[in-house]
Design a protein around this ligand. Structure first.
Ligand SMILES: [Ca+2]
Ligand SMILES: [Ca+2]
Length: 133
């Protein structure tokens, strides 16, 4: 199997992440991406947060379990341990049901990028935030 297709998709994904368009991924791209997530209505079909949910929900159940969450987040944050992911998952699973509903998942994404509340569960999206006790 040729590597052309996956490489083309990675290039395409990189171009999407390179919000500033200078062929470098920097903090500035993440800030622009965060603003784009914040602007998009959380449940609007096609919003970045909904797109993340579609990728994370590997079995198509409509919810994200702890294993799916870990695999999804580990793909973005290579240093995230399973313990850190599990702790983050517990915080994001607001009803304690053991699964992230679409609303819990989307709220986590949006809060991570936009909330100024130090107690917001979404602060844990990428693992333990540096200011957490
Ligand atoms: Ca699922
Ligand atoms: Ca839940």
């Amino acid at each position: 199997m040729s590597d052309d297709l996956p490489i083309a998709k990675i290039d395409h994904g990189f171009d999407r992440l390179d919000a500033y368009g200078d062929k470098l991924l920097t903090e500035r791209d993440h800030v622009l991406m965060g603003h784009a997530v914040a602007r998009s209505p959380g449940h609007a079909e096609g919003s970045p947060a909904e797109a993340f949910l579609a990728v994370a929900d590997v079995d198509g159940s409509g919810t994200v379990d702890a294993g799916e969450f870990f695999v999804f987040q580990r793909g973005h944050f290579a240093g995230l341990s399973r313990d850190d992911a599990n702790e983050a998952f517990r915080r994001l699973d607001r009803d304690g049901g053991g699964r992230l509903s679409a609303a819990e998942f989307v709220s986590g994404v949006i809060e991570f990028w936009t909330s100024r509340d130090p107690e917001a569960p979404g602060n844990w999206w990428a693992g333990k935030p540096p200011f957490a006790r």
